[in-house]
Design a protein around this ligand. Structure first.
Ligand SMILES: [Zn+2]
Length: 275
């Protein structure tokens, strides 16, 4: 290999994967934004094609480039100039960032799987935050993909993942059951124990208490923020609004933990390769 092509190869290795994951993430974000908008309303994902909600014109390919179309059209419909919801570019940016950050912080092929976890969690986080809904099918997909990735790592990793799945579900199910028995009302959604089970398939059983703790801290911080913001409203209004999407908090803490865990593993293996 000539020095120039060696240079190009290392350049590609360093920037190719993050760029690829960022672009893939932006496209997934576009799909996730549409899915999380239409599915809870019982609408089809494919029909009708994406259109302006105001003038009903069908959007063409140039209107559907993630983030870029929004910026070029200055956040408005090209035909009727009505402002487009910021929800779409924000979800696309979040999804692209998940890919970019995975690729930049993990210079190994594992970055792809970390991004896949992040993209699934993002969709679940949006649905739970907006609709308090964690669809069984998506949670099952999360569990299946986690077990699949664990199986690639060998029988020991698969066993840890299987224990993680059982432990995650059982622990949160038990907490929900006890809460209901003691307080006489439901404290969390039925999807939350299933989600923690699926998370266990990705991270194993060991970090589950930590992930749950961080999720609870995120939830409490959010509740405190809302309490301060909603000072003026009546107590019953506040009670209604202050239902916490635990699934969203779990999604955020899980991805953060998994990313740092994978970074540590990469550093450790790099050190042992050098020494
Ligand atoms: Zn329009």
């Amino acid at each position: 290999m000539t020095p120039l092509s060696a240079h190009a190869a290392s350049y590609l290795a360093a920037f190719g994967m993050p760029t690829f994951l960022a672009v893939l993430g932006a496209c997934w974000g576009s799909f996730a934004a549409t899915l999380s908008d239409r599915w809870p309303q019982g609408r089809s994902i494919v029909q009708p094609r994406s259109h302006c909600e105001s003038c009903q014109r069908t959007l063409s390919a140039r209107d559907l480039i993630p983030v870029l179309s929004y910026i070029l059209a200055r956040g408005r419909c090209r035909h009727c100039s009505v402002p487009v919801s910021r929800r779409y570019p924000l979800i696309e940016i979040a999804s692209a960032s998940i890919g970019l950050v995975s690729g930049l912080l993990l210079p190994t092929p594992d970055s792809f799987w970390v991004a896949v976890l992040g993209w699934q969690l993002l969709l679940l986080a949006i649905l739970d935050a907006e609709h308090f809904w964690l669809p069984n099918r998506l949670v099952a997909l999360l569990a299946a993909s986690g077990l699949g990735v664990a199986a690639l790592g060998g029988p020991e990793r698969l066993l840890t993942a299987l224990i993680g799945t059982a432990a995650g579900f059982t622990a949160l199910f038990a907490i929900a059951y006890l809460y209901k028995r003691i307080r006489g009302r439901t404290g969390m959604g039925g999807g939350d124990p299933k989600l923690l089970g699926a998370i266990g398939a990705w991270v194993g059983w060991q970090p589950l208490p930590f992930i749950l703790f961080i999720a609870a801290m995120l939830g409490i911080s959010f509740a405190v923020y809302e309490a301060i913001r909603d000072k003026g409203i009546t107590k019953s209004e506040a009670m209604l609004q202050r239902r916490l999407p635990l699934g969203t908090c779990l999604a955020v803490s899980t991805w953060g933990w998994h990313l740092f865990d994978m970074m540590n593993l990469t550093v450790i293996s790099a050190f042992s390769a050098v020494s």
